[in-house]
Write a protein that binds this ligand. Sequence first.
Ligand code: F6R
Length: 588
Amino acid sequence: MCGIVGYIGKEKALPRVLSGLKFLEYRGYDSAGVAYVKNGNVEIVKEVGKIVNLENKINYSEETFMGIGHTRWATHGVPSIINSHPHRVGKFTVVHNGIIENYLKIKEMLINEGVNFISETDTEVIPALLNYNYNKEKDILKTIEVTLKELEGSYAIGIICDDDLDNLYAARCGSPLIIAKDKTGNFIASDVPAILSYTNKYILLEEGEIAKISSSNVEVYNNKLDKVEKEEMIFEGSQDSAMLNGYEHYMLKEIHEEGKVFSETVNYYVDGNSFKNTMPEFKDYKNIHIVACGSAYYVGCIGKSLIEEFANIPVTVEVASEYRYKKNFYDKDTLVIIISQSGETADSLAALRKAKEDGIDTLAIVNVVGSSISREADYTMYVKAGPEIAVATTKAFLAQATLLSLLAVKLSNKLELLNEFVGVEKYIKEILDKDYKKYANVIYTHNDTFFIGRLVDYALCLEGSLKLKETSYINSVAFQAGELKHGTISLVTDGTPVIGICTDESIESKTISNIKEVKARNAFVIYITNNDIEADFYDLKIVLPKLHKLIMPIVTVIPLQLIAYEVAKLRCCDIDKPRNLAKSVTVE
Ligand code: F6R
C-alpha cells in the first residue's frame, strides 16, 4: 500500500527510482509520481494509472542525482494527478505512505495562516506544516522533529528541502522504511525488493527516527535528535526470489514454490522427532486468541481447528479491525497470536499493541523479517515463505498453515506427531502438477459461485472463495455446508458452480448430504476430497492424497489457489495486482 523509493548518489537518479517503484508495484497503487533535482530546482512529474504511464512522461537521461518516487493507493481523494505524490508546499517536497489522522485540524490551522492547499489528500499537510515550521525553526532537522510531533497517525516519508539539495531526509512512524547503500550512493525504500538490484544490505528506520542522507553518508536521529547507531541487516533471499523466473505471473510462481516453503518452514523448527530451539517454550495457556485480517484470519481458523483438536486448548479467532475496538476477555493465561504475512497490517499491529498494553502474552506469526509486528510481539515465529510479490497471498498462507500445525503439535506435547510432516513435499508436488484448467472452464463464465464444507474444510472454503473473488472478480460465498439451506440456497440455480470440500471422514456423509441438496437444484458440483469414491452427486472431482489431519488443510488449499489463478487468467484479470487491492494494508 503506497510505495516510496528515493536515491541520492553518483548515478542518474530517475532510472533507479523508477526501477525501484516497479518492484513495489505488488503493494497496490493507482497513480505514481517522482520529484527530482535539476539545475538546482525541484521538478515534479506525476501520472494516474500504471508506472508505465509515468515513464512515458519522463526523460530518463535527465542529469539528476537525487530523486524521490511514490506509488499511491488512494485513501483521501480520488486517484488523480493533483492527489498523487510528491506533494510540494513552499520549500518542501514530500512522498508519504500512511495516513495523517489529524490532517483536517492541521489544514484548518494552516489555512488560517494563509496557506493554500490544492489537493484532497491528508499528505499535503506534511510539506505545508514543514514549510510553516521551517519559517520559525530555520533548521531542517529541527523542523522535521517539531513537525513529526504534531502529526498523528502513521507515516513513512521522504523529504526534499530546497535549501539543502545535497541531502534527502526521511522519517518513519508506523509505516516501514529502509535505507540502503550501494557503491554509488544511498536509497530509501518502503521494502527490500526495491533495492535488491543494487544491494542486499540495509538498515531499518525505527518508530520516530529521522534520517539525513547524502550520497556518501547516512545519519539517523531519534525523536530527540540524538544520533543513533544502526545495525546493518542483510536480506538473505536472492534477486530471483523477487523475480518471475520464467513463470507467467508471480501468483503461479509462488504457488509452485509451496513444496519448498513447506519443507523450509518445517526444517526451521523441527529436527527429526523434536523441536529445535527456534520453537519457543510456551507456558500452559488456558486459552488462545488468534487475531488477523483476510487470508491470515482464515488460516487462523485452520489453526483453531488443529490446536483445539490436538492440544485441547480453546481458541477464538478474531478479525483484527474488530478486536482492537471490542471488549476482550483475556488474562494472564491467554496467548494472543497475531498472524500477518507482511507484519505491517495496521489493524493487526493495533490489536497486538492493545493486547500488550493489557499485559497479555503475544506471539507473532510473520513472514517479513524485521517488520513491525515481528519486532513488537513477545514471541515471534517466522514462516519461511520468502518474499511474496503477488498481492493475493498463496505460499505465505500455506507456510502459516504449516506453522500453526506445528504449533498444535508443540502445544499438545505429542512429539510423535512430527512424523506426519515427513515426506509431504512429494505430495505437494503431485497436487501442483495436476491441470486445473477444466475446473476453471466451468467457473469463469458465471457471476456467482459457492464453496461449502464443514469444520476445517469450511476454513478452506473461506480462503478458496476469497482467492477467487479477489483475483477473478467473480462473486463467491463460503458456507458451512449445513447452513446453506437456511436461506442462501435460493441463489443456487441451473449450472451454478458449487465447490464442495470434504477431507474429514468423520463428517463425510454429512457434507455429502449437503452437496446432494445443491446437486438436486442443478448446481454444477466440483467435489474436493481425499476419499476417491465414484458417485453421482458431483460433476467433477479433485482427489487429494489421504494425509494426516495435521497435514490435510495445508495441502487442500493448493487446488483452490490454482483454480482461482486459472479462472482469473481466463477472465484476463490483472492477476498479480487485482484492482483496488494493496499487498500491505498499512491503514485501518
Ligand atoms: C488475500 C490477502 C489478504 C491478506 C490480509 C492480511 O489474498 O492477501 O487478505 O491476507 O490483507 O495481510 P497480512 O497477512 O500482511 O497481515
